[in-house]
Design a protein around this ligand. Structure first.
Ligand code: CBF
Length: 801
């Protein structure tokens, strides 16, 4: 069907007719998208079936990656690229008067995730399939993904995201594989045949219906599966209030991250987590039992990964199934469970390490809570042997303490591997945050520095740069991204530099057009495109960027001779709906943009742009156009970052703190090809320990700081002087938890260096090319190979290059 243009066109017209009952003239763009999507899915269906059959027949170990988020992004373009049929399709459609890129635009962006964690999961499943590794994603089919962001008068307004409004061509509903998940009720304990047995009675039963999506490897025949679970009523009793029961059940998979500032929301989140874990593990065991009899051997055939703490209930759930259903003893079940499970930690921020109140947990999941209690008791007894009499330490490490269930502790105790996501982060886990655990289980801890799929972030997002690289070094790098290093031999060639400059310019023009269309602002293509796109969070310090722009504004206004390299500061960020501070920062960026962009003199040299509704498809337009990548988190707080990798891969230079993967980027490209500044993680830690930091001192001693901080509350931005008071308070009254004022001077200096460096065009282009050539290390193929070899112990099945 896709072997040549003519066959494709014939097949396409036929499909359009049978699917939509229309000819090409009457068809809408959505019909056209729908037709193509269906053709592709049908095209890969044989490979999909064959992959599953191969996994069954070879009976090799498989990994299941459990994640509450999969931030996929649009799939059509990526699937065409991975299947190497994009050209045929594009040309065929062109002949029919249809534009492929317009069709792609009409696909909704499945936003089943919030940020780095979910996007990482999406990169990982892409790499698993491409490396022919038997690995599948298990997640939730949220009806509404992360909210759509609208900006009204500079304020963020959240609208429900609607990715399923027009259906999803990629999914296959499998009702025959539905699974029951039990909530509420109570546990009846009895003593049968010399053993205790547990029966969960009076439970509310929820049906988990799988929707499978194909995960298509690049240039291989492997098609793995992303299984997303949908919550549906299992049966309706005679006296039930049908509608409210249905609503209650369906609410489980309605929204990603329901508001958990109240108990009802917390219960919903707990339900989601258990729903994901229970349906996934039951389904994994069912599929294991088709080929294998002995559940004591499960870990030889199955690895289950806990992505962050959300799926940590995999520990008690696997124990429950092995003991209560499969009849293993506690010790046997524990051996299998701990050898099957592994866990990734993605943050050290204490507010992100989940802890659930027992009073909510126990009634909702009575049997699971019982098992956690028993795990905790046994674990505390083990600790007592290690640290006799050290009550405080034991209390600190316990899984249940002070009325809370600590999910990270549960995941650590129940897994055979715990990894951080960049070297520094893994070291902080070992030496500080999880030190007590590292001391007793040193063999469990390891590092797996994150990666990104270059197939989406370079091949798909930046075809212009992809062609240029391929012309220079051939195309082996596409399958072996580490070969991007070959580019390094060519970076001094003037022609390469010029051609790279032309690519960058073209991509800046594309983004500038988008900015003009969406924001109504004309930006200067020759200015530095300086970009900070990521979730809005205090530790990521978008505010530091803002304060620096305010400083520049003041300089330009006050000093007629002050000259700087023109810059366009571009932001993109969503703030969590209940995160007051973050939403204020979004408003502040807009107020600053108004001030800067409307000032006749200042706007000649700087502009501030906030690109609304930041999401994967928008990111694909932003990364290729960036000159400067802002990675300015307080050292030690950003576990890794992955945006930093996407920027370098597209030839942007990093302005960054020595945090997360920035450090490894620096090690790769060399200190001279990255702009670092600010406190180190060690310095931040010392301040945190000795409590000697006084932000007020910086405010009083540095006039530049005083001026910008005062401007937050002196009516400079708004009639309402109280509008940004909470932000000013965070810096002064609350003593600047993230050390913005401490790093401010150093940030100004580094930004000045960036401006000067950009003026040496030749050198800048060389540095950009050096960044690209070293970005291969940050491919998620490398990361996944390490997970496969060192954690999951899985190997490839059915290789075809
Ligand atoms: O590991 C992936 C990413 O995860 C986070 O986004 C997270 O959700 N905890 C971290 O903040 C990132 O540093 C990390 O890159």
């Amino acid at each position: 069907m896709f072997s040549n243009k003519e066959r494709f066109k014939k097949g396409y017209l036929k499909k359009l007719e049978s699917l939509c009952g229309k000819g090409i003239e009457e068809s809408t763009i959505r019909d056209q998208y729908h037709t193509l999507g269906n053709m592709v899915r049908e095209y890969i269906s044989t490979k999909w079936i064959e992959t599953n059959e191969l996994y069954r027949s070879e009976n090799k170990k498989q990994v299941y990656y459990l994640s509450i988020e999969f931030l996929l992004g649009r799939l059509l373009g990526q699937n065409l690229l991975n299947l190497e049929i994009k050209e045929v399709v594009e040309e065929g459609l062109h002949d029919l008067g249809i534009s492929l890129s317009e069709i792609e635009e009409c696909e909704s962006d499945p936003a089943l995730g919030n940020g780095g964690l979910g996007r990482l999961a999406a990169c990982f499943i892409d790499s698993l399939a491409t490396l022919n590794l038997p690995g599948h994603g298990y997640g939730i089919r949220y009806k509404h993904g992360l909210f759509d962001q609208k900006i009204v008068d500079g304020y963020q307004v959240e609208l429900p995201e609607q990715w399923l409004r027009h259906g999803n061509v990629w999914e296959v509903r499998k009702p025959e594989e539905a699974i029951k998940v039990f909530f509420w009720g109570r546990v009846e304990t009895s003593y049968d045949n010399n053993a205790l047995s547990f029966k969960h009675v009076g439970a509310q039963k929820v049906l988990a219906v799988p929707y499978d999506m194909p995960v298509i490897g690049y240039q291989v025949d492997t098609v793995n599966t992303l299984r997303l679970w949908n919550a549906e009523p299992s049966s309706l009793g005679p006296n039930q209030d049908t509608l409210s029961y249905k609503r209650e059940i369906e609410a489980i998979t309605d929204y990603l991250y329901p508001d958990d500032t109240h108990d009802e929301g917390k219960i919903l989140r707990l339900k989601q987590q258990y729903f994901l874990v229970s349906s996934s593990i039951q389904s994994i065991i069912a599929s294991f039992k088709k080929e294998n009899q002995n559940l004591r051997e499960l870990h030889h055939s199955v690895a289950i990964h806990i992505n962050d703490t959300h799926p940590a209930m995999a520990v008690p759930e696997l124990m429950r199934i092995l003991m209560d259903i499969e009849g293993l003893t506690w010790d046997e079940a524990w051996e299998v469970t701990t050898n099957t499970l592994s866990y990734t930690n993605h943050t050290i921020l204490s507010e992100a390490l989940e802890k659930w109140p027992i009073y909510l947990f126990q009634p909702l999941l009575p049997r699971i809570y019982m098992i956690i209690e028993e795990i905790n008791e046994r674990f505390c007894a083990e600790l007592w042997d290690h640290y006799p009499g050290e009550w405080e330490r034991i209390e600190h490490m316990a899984i249940i303490a002070h009325g809370l269930v600590k999910m990270a502790h549960l995941a650590i105790v129940g897994s055979n591997s715990i990894n951080g996501v960049a070297k520094i982060h893994s070291d902080i886990l070992k030496n500080r945050e999880m030190k007590s655990f590292y001391d007793i289980y040193p063999w469990k801890f390891n590092n797996k520095t994150n990666g990104i799929t270059h197939r989406r972030w370079l091949l798909k997002a930046n075809p212009e740069l992809t062609s240029l690289i391929t012309e220079v070094i051939g195309d082996e790098w596409k399958r072996q991204p580490e070969k991007l290093l070959d580019l390094k031999r060519h970076i001094y060639h003037p022609e390469l530099k010029e051609r790279f400059a032309a690519v960058k310019r073209k991509r800046k023009e594309i983004l500038a057009k988008e900015i003009a269309d969406k924001n109504g602002i004309i930006v200067d293509i020759d200015s530095i495109f300086d970009v900070q796109v990521k979730r809005l969070h205090a530790y990521k310090r978008q505010l530091l960027n803002v304060l620096h722009i305010m400083y520049l504004y003041n300089r330009i206004k006050e000093d007629a001779n002050y000259s700087i390299q023109p810059r366009t500061f571009i932001f993109g960020a969503k703030a969590s709906p209940t995160y007051y501070y973050a939403k204020k920062v979004i408003k502040l960026i807009h107020s600053l943009a108004d001030k800067v962009n409307n000032d006749p003199r200042v706007s000649q040299v700087i502009k501030v742009i906030f690109m609304g509704n930041y999401r994967v498809s928008l990111a694909e337009d932003i990364f290729p156009a960036a000159d400067v990548s802002e990675q300015i988190s307080t050292a030690s707080k950003e576990a890794s970052g992955t945006g930093n990798m996407k920027f370098m891969m597209n030839g942007a230079l990093t302005v960054g703190t020595l945090d997360g993967a920035n450090i490894e980027i620096m090690e790769e490209v060399g200190r001279e090809n990255i702009f670092t500044f600010g406190l180190t993680a060690g310095e931040v830690q010392r301040y945190e320990e000795n409590g000697r930091y006084r932000s007020m001192e910086y405010y009083h001693h540095d006039l530049r700081i005083r001026q910008v901080v005062d401007q937050l509350t002196n009516g400079f931005f708004s009639e309402d002087e109280g509008e940004f008071e909470s932000i000013a308070d965070s810096l002064l009254v609350q003593n600047d938890q993230y050390f913005l004022l401490r790093d401010f001077a150093s940030y100004i200096d580094v930004q000045e260096r960036v401006g000067n460096a950009y003026q040496n065009r030749d050198k800048w282009l060389e540095q950009a090319l050096i960044n690209i050539s070293h970005s291969g290390y940050f491919s998620s193929d490398r990361t996944i190979q390490q997970y496969a070899d060192e954690i999951w112990k899985i190997g490839p099945v059915g290789i075809r290059i």
